[in-house]
Design a protein around this ligand. Structure first.
Ligand SMILES: N[C@@H](CCSC[C@H]1O[C@@H](n2cnc3c(=O)[nH]cnc32)[C@H](O)[C@@H]1O)C(=O)O
Ligand SMILES: [Zn+2]
Length: 455
C-alpha cells in the first residue's frame, strides 16, 4: 500500500490518447522514400521518457490525459545550428553579406554583451522555440553559462559551446579554452541532463591551427562534440586556400581534426573531394537554408550530400540572419531550395525534410539514443500539431506534405520536453511571456544606446 502511494507521488504520467503518430525511421536502403511511419495510437509518458505506445492504454492511474483528436504527435524539432542570444539582434542588420554583416554590424554590438543580456536573448529564443515546436537546439555563443541558465529555466534541451576565436593570438586562445572548459565542467549533463556541452571553435578562418589542434585533443579528453562553422561563403574558402594551400575540409583533415563528433554548420561551398572527406569521417552537416539565402552565401549541395548518405540536419542560425527560429520554415525552405537548385521538383521531398529536422538532428548531436523519434524508452520530447486550422485543411494523404509545405510554427498546439509540458494549447506553462518580451526589448535598447554613446 505504502509502495503504491510512493509510486504515484513520484511518477508523473501523461497519456496522449488517440493521436496520429508520425515517426521518422531509418529503415530502408533508399534515402529518399518512406522515412516516415504514420499510425493512430496512444502514447504514455512516464516521468521523462516514453513508456508505452499502443492502440489501447488504460487511463487509470494517469495524472494527465491529453485528447489527441485532430492532432499529430511527432518528435520535437531539433535545431542544429544557432546563436540563440542573437534573438536580441533580430532585424538589426538586414540585407548585407556575411563579412560586413559580422565585422561592421554584429561584432561591434556584441562587444557590449554581458551575461544578463545573453540570458535575456536566450530566454526570448526559448519561448520562440517552444512556441514553434523546437525542443532541442545546438548553440555557439558568448556567456554560455547564462545561456545554460536560460535552458534550465525554460525546460528545453540544449547543446552548448563557447564560440572560440583567436585570430592567432595565444593569449586570446588561452582565454577561450578556459571559458569553454569551464562551461563543460559546470554545465555538462546539468538541468536533469537536458544540457550537453561541446567545444565551439568558430571557423577555420577565425580560429588558428593551434586552436583547432588543441580542440581535437580536449574534445577527446572531455568526451564532448565539436560545433564549427565551415565553408559558409566563397570568400571564407578562398581565405583558407590562400593561407593553407588547402580547402577548409582538406585542411582540417590534414590536422586530424575531423570525426563523427564534429557538427559543421553551413557547408555551402564544397568540392567533391571535401564531400568525400565529410563522408569518410562521418562529419555531420547542419544545413541553414534561410541564413544562407538571406546573407546570399550560396546554395549548399544537400542533394549530393544526401545521395552520399551524409547525415544532414537543419538549423536556423541566429535570429539576426534568418530572422526567426521557426523550424517549419526551415524544412520548407530546405526542400524548395534543393528543388530549384536541381531544377527537379522531386529533390528533397517532405519526408526527408522532416527526417532532417528530427532524427538526423539527434544523430548529429550524438543524441540518437534519446531523442529524434517516437520510441519506447526515448526521452519524451514530443509536440502536438493542431490540424484543425485553415492552413492545414484539407489534410493531404501524405501528412508530411501538410507539415512541411503548409504548416508553420503557430500550428504547434503542445510542446513537451523531457516529459514536461512546456506549452499546452499555445499557453506557456513555465515562463512569463510578456515579461520576457519586455526584458528582451530593454536589453537591445540598452545595447544600442551604449554603442551610440561610445561613438
Ligand atoms: N568568443 C568569440 C565569440 C564567438 S561566438 C559566435 C560568433 O558567431 C557569429 N555568427 C553568427 N552567425 C554566424 C554565421 O552565420 N557565420 C559566422 N559567424 C556567425 C556570432 O555573431 C558570434 O560573433 C569572440 O570573442 O568573438
Ligand atoms: Zn552561425
Amino acid at each position: 500500500m505504502i509502495l503504491f502511494v510512493v509510486y504515484n507521488m513520484e511518477t508523473k504520467n501523461i497519456l496522449i490518447k488517440n493521436v496520429l503518430i508520425l515517426n521518422p525511421k531509418d529503415n530502408d536502403e533508399n534515402n529518399n522514400h518512406d522515412h516516415i511511419e504514420i499510425f493512430k495510437g496512444s502514447v504514455l509518458i512516464e516521468n521523462d521518457r516514453i513508456a508505452e505506445i499502443s492502440s489501447e492504454i488504460s487511463s487509470s492511474d494517469v495524472n494527465k490525459i491529453i485528447d489527441g483528436e485532430n492532432k499529430i504527435l511527432m518528435p520535437g524539432l531539433i535545431n542544429t545550428h544557432n546563436h540563440i542570444s542573437m534573438n536580441l539582434f533580430r532585424g538589426i542588420a538586414d540585407d548585407i553579406p556575411l563579412e560586413t554583416w559580422l565585422k561592421d554590424n554584429i561584432w561591434p554590438l556584441e562587444a557590449g554583451l554581458n551575461g544578463k543580456y545573453c540570458y535575456a536573448g536566450a530566454i526570448l529564443a526559448a519561448i520562440e522555440m517552444i512556441k514553434s515546436g523546437t525542443t532541442t537546439f545546438n548553440d555557439m555563443y558568448f556567456f554560455m553559462e547564462d545561456v545554460a541558465n536560460a535552458t534550465k529555466d525554460s525546460g528545453i534541451r540544449g547543446c552548448l559551446s563557447h564560440g572560440m576565436i583567436d585570430f592567432g593570438d595565444p593569449e586570446k586562445r588561452e582565454k577561450e579554452f578556459k571559458e569553454n572548459i569551464k562551461l563543460i565542467k559546470n554545465c555538462n549533463n546539468k538541468a536533469e541532463g537536458r544540457i550537453k556541452t561541446f567545444f565551439g571553435p568558430h571557423s577555420p578562418v577565425t580560429a588558428s591551427k593551434e586552436l583547432l589542434e588543441r580542440v581535437r585533443k580536449e574534445a577527446n579528453k572531455y568526451n564532448v562534440g565539436i560545433h564549427i562553422h565551415m565553408n559558409e561563403t566563397q570568400i571564407e574558402v578562398e581565405n583558407v586556400l590562400k593561407t593553407t594551400g588547402k580547402r577548409p575540409f582538406e585542411y582540417l583533415e590534414e590536422l586530424k581534426f575531423l570525426g563523427d563528433d564534429v557538427i559543421a554548420a553551413h557547408g555551402v561551398w564544397l568540392s567533391k573531394e571535401e564531400m568525400n572527406i565529410i563522408k569518410n569521417r562521418d562529419v555531420k552537416i547542419s544545413h541553414n537554408p534561410c541564413s544562407n539565402m538571406k546573407l546570399a552565401s550560396g546554395i549548399s549541395p544537400i542533394n549530393e550530400l544526401l545521395e552520399k548518405k551524409i547525415c544532414v540536419s537543419l538549423g536556423t542560425d541566429g535570429a539576426a540572419s534568418n530572422n526567426n527560429l521557426d523550424m517549419f520554415e526551415e524544412m520548407k525552405f530546405a526542400s524548395l531550395l534543393q528543388k530549384v537548385n536541381t531544377m527537379n521538383p522531386q529533390s528533397l521531398p517532405s519526408d526527408m525534410a522532416l527526417k532532417m529536422a528530427t532524427l538526423n538532428g539527434a544523430k548529429s548531436l550524438g543524441l540518437e539514443n534519446d531523442i529524434g523519434s517516437i520510441e519506447v524508452g526515448k526521452k519524451a520530447d514530443v509536440i502536438l500539431i493542431d490540424v484543425d486550422s485553415a492552413n492545414m485543411t484539407p489534410m493531404s494523404k501524405k501528412i508530411s506534405s501538410n507539415l512541411v509545405y503548409s504548416a508553420n510554427g503557430s500550428n504547434v498546439h503542445t510542446t513537451i520536453c523531457n516529459g514536461e509540458i512546456l506549452m499546452e494549447n499555445r499557453k506557456l506553462t513555465k515562463l512569463n511571456e510578456a515579461d520576457i518580451l519586455q526584458q528582451g526589448n530593454i536589453a537591445i535598447k540598452e545595447l544600442i544606446e551604449a554603442k551610440e554613446a561610445e561613438n
